[in-house]
Design a protein around this ligand. Structure first.
Ligand code: GUN
Ligand code: ZN
Length: 427
């Protein structure tokens, strides 16, 4: 039997990208949303939806903001327990904190414990979908998918592949990376709400032969995503140059091995050459901005305004645990701050769009999640725009919705998350 529920509040829905025209123009506010069978069944005035569903229970959220659940387009769930580790830049940070922790995921019980903890923490922060790296261990992928499946959650993930420049115990091979990834994608891709991303960590930790094998796997399974890292820190770029002397640039190390395509996701993408920008745009690949990570590890300032103006596909992400927060609110705040340092003030509508629609479109899931529209999956977050005294006293002065939500973007955390729905069900 179908049970319909109605939520009333200030329901935010995007009709187009706020980067295309006046930022507010693409945003609509409705009074109510109806949810049935895990999907959005109606959107409009409270009176209309009550009349259409007279038996439906109504949850009144007053002036709270109801929007699509946050989508985190790039995260490393195995790094949840080492988030906020002090004092290192990328390569040292990987060797000091990340690799020893990722080693522990050979133990399926540990992987299951962290996967559950990570999904609990992210849900508490209003994140309902993520695209996550796992570790080299197939068990780490099994753990995350099993947890997400039990929660009815839409999650994309993949086995991280590395066959060099990683410690003993954290390296696979050309053959095992290909075969384990293939077995995992055959087992999980398209099952319930799960999908697989072929996942070479980044060019320095793969031999050209491994990149080639993963490129061939992607060609055989082109509906999978492919996720990796690109041009995060200048030292890393110099290292890539020395490891791949024949490559034209960093992106070319992927392109030459069949790892550039419209379903490719390239995390960070800060220090790009003009040729790389052209190829990414022509291909329709997605760049994933990870602002708290970029400031925390000291990577640099992503060119959001320039990349958006040239028509790139861009998503937003935490990059947990190089990123310093599980919260997409904090992530939007950091994106705003980086924009300011580059001379562009991102509008609150643009920030909210990036954390929902933009990230969902980067994952090629924009027709199912990331927005509130009839027929889309009912992954929702309800934000209290006065969740702390400091936020409330500023929001009180607000003259419109954008001014009311901006203090929560800049100062909010999990206390702002009043309710979360995954597939219509309250978490
Ligand atoms: N580059 C390669 N691996 C990683 C990682 O785990 N985190 C970040 N931030 N960058 C990377
Ligand atoms: Zn990353």
């Amino acid at each position: 039997m179908t049970t319909t529920e109605i939520l009333t509040g200030r329901v935010l829905s995007f009709t187009r990208s706020p980067f295309e025209a006046a930022p507010e123009a693409g945003a609509e506010i409705h009074e109510a949303v109806a949810v049935a069978d895990g999907k959005v069944a109606g959107l409009g005035s409270a009176a209309t939806l009550r009349a259409a569903h007279p038996q439906a229970p109504v949850t009144d959220h007053g002036d709270r903001l109801i929007l699509a659940g946050f989508v985190d387009a790039h995260a490393h769930y195995p790094q949840a327990a080492i988030i906020a580790s002090w004092g290192k830049r990328l390569i040292d940070w990987l060797n000091t904190y990340t690799f020893p922790e990722e080693m522990r995921f050979a133990d399926p019980d540990y992987a299951a414990e962290i996967a559950a903890r990570y999904l609990d923490l992210t849900a508490a922060h209003g994140t309902t979908t993520m695209c996550s790296f796992c570790t080299i261990h197939p068990e780490s992928v099994e753990a995350l998918f099993a947890q997400a499946q039990a929660r009815g959650q839409r999650v994309t993930a993949g086995k991280t592949c590395m066959d060099r420049n990683a410690p003993e115990g954290l390296r696979d091979t050309v053959q095992s990376a290909h075969d384990d990834s293939k077995a995992l994608l055959e087992r999980w891709h398209g099952v319930d709400r799960l999908s697989y991303a072929i996942t070479p960590r980044f060019s320095p930790t793969s031999t050209p032969e491994q990149l080639e094998a993963l490129g061939a796997l992607w060609a055989a399974h082109p509906d999978c995503l492919m996720q990796t890292h690109l041009s995060e820190q200048t030292d890393e770029i110099a290292w890539v140059r020395s490891l791949y002397p024949q490559a034209r640039d960093y992106l070319d190390t992927y392109e030459a091995h069949g790892l550039l395509g419209p379903r490719g996701l390239y995390g960070h993408a800060i220090h790009l050459e003009p040729r790389e920008r052209d190829r990414l745009r022509e291909t329709g690949a997605a760049l994933v901005h990870c602002p708290t990570s970029n400031t925390f590890i000291g990577s640099g300032l992503f060119d959001m305004a320039g990349l958006m103006a040239e028509g790139q596909r861009v998503g937003l992400a935490t990059d947990t645990g190089g990123g310093s927060s599980f919260s997409m609110l904090r992530t939007m705040a950091a994106a705003y701050e980086i924009g300011q340092l580059r001379g562009t003030a991102l509008h609150p509508a643009q920030l909210l769009w990036l954390a929902t629609c933009g990230a969902a479109q980067a994952l090629h899931l924009g027709d199912r999640i990331g927005n509130i529209a009839v027929g889309m999956e009912a992954d929702l977050v309800v934000l209290d725009l006065g969740s702390t005294p400091a936020i409330a006293q500023r929001a009180e002065r607000a003259e419109d919705l954008w001014e009311a939500v901006f203090p929560t973007i800049m100062m909010g955390d999990d206390r702002a998350v009043a309710e979360v729905r995954i597939g219509g069900r309250r978490v």
